[in-house]
Ligand binder design. Structure first.
Ligand code: GTB
Length: 208
């Protein structure tokens, strides 16, 4: 039986990186899909610690907050660095990815019509931070020489940005290679090619 259960809306959204991570790590999980109508009844919301999804179960452990879920899986599956220093750096990059994700979500959910052009123009100023790190760390990962939860989070946010602006990585060779390399990892490739992945919209409002 799959030890993990994800309860979330029928979107990639805040579970995109978790699903990619679980796939790459050879894990199975169960999905409980909550449609908006069901959510609006309010019964499930009342049981969620912050009144929001995703909810993640690992046996008896129940977690909310997508980044706490990623960190938990990082510890559980050995994708949180080799030592405390690497873990600190991984946290730092994961928080940097979260900053970019929040900007992206603000665009998608609040400013898409009025702000898309300016967002894409400003995007290199954010992507260049990660480009520098990946160009320096020859392993192809953000930290050390193995994949971490921050890599999955960055990878997923970059996939979304390539949909928003297909050429956005053209001036960032290290980021481009990072996306190509992770996309080609056999378990990630199989997941990205799957109907389970393709059938889900990136965001809840249909914008991308
Ligand atoms: N910090 C939290 C985390 O990282 O997990 C943020 C979680 C969050 O924003 N959850 C949103 C939620 O539960 C869904 S993600 N919203 C319902 C509520 O607050 O009552 C974004 C999202 C928006 C809309 C849809 N949709 O319409 O299907 C799906 C996902």
């Amino acid at each position: 039986m799959a030890p993990y259960t994800i309860t979330y809306f029928p979107v990639r959204g805040r579970c995109g990186a978790t699903r990619i991570m679980l796939s790459d790590q050879g894990q199975e999980w169960k999905e409980i899909v909550v449609n908006f109508e069901e959510w609006m009844k309010g019964d499930l919301k009342k049981t969620c610690v912050f009144g929001q999804l995703p909810k993640f179960q690992d046996g008896d452990l129940v977690l909310f907050q997508s980044n706490a879920i990623l960190r938990h899986l990082g510890r559980r599956l050995g994708a949180y660095g080799k030592n405390d220093n690497e873990a600190g750096l991984i946290d730092m990059f994961a928080d940097g990815v979260e900053d970019l994700r929040l900007k992206y979500m603000k665009l998608i959910y609040q400013e898409y019509e009025t702000g898309k052009e300016a967002y894409i123009k400003d995007l290199p100023n954010h992507l260049c931070r990660f480009e520098v790190v990946l160009a320096k760390n020859k392993s192809g990962f953000l930290v050390g020489d193995s994949v971490s939860f921050a890599d999955y989070s960055l990878f997923e946010v970059l996939l979304n940005h390539q949909v928003l602006s297909p050429t956005c990585l053209d001036s960032f060779p290290a980021l481009k290679s990072f996306v190509e390399t992770l996309s080609a990892r056999p378990k990630i490739k199989a997941f990205l090619d799957s109907e389970d992945y393709k059938k889900l919209p990136i965001n809840g409002n249909g914008k991308q």
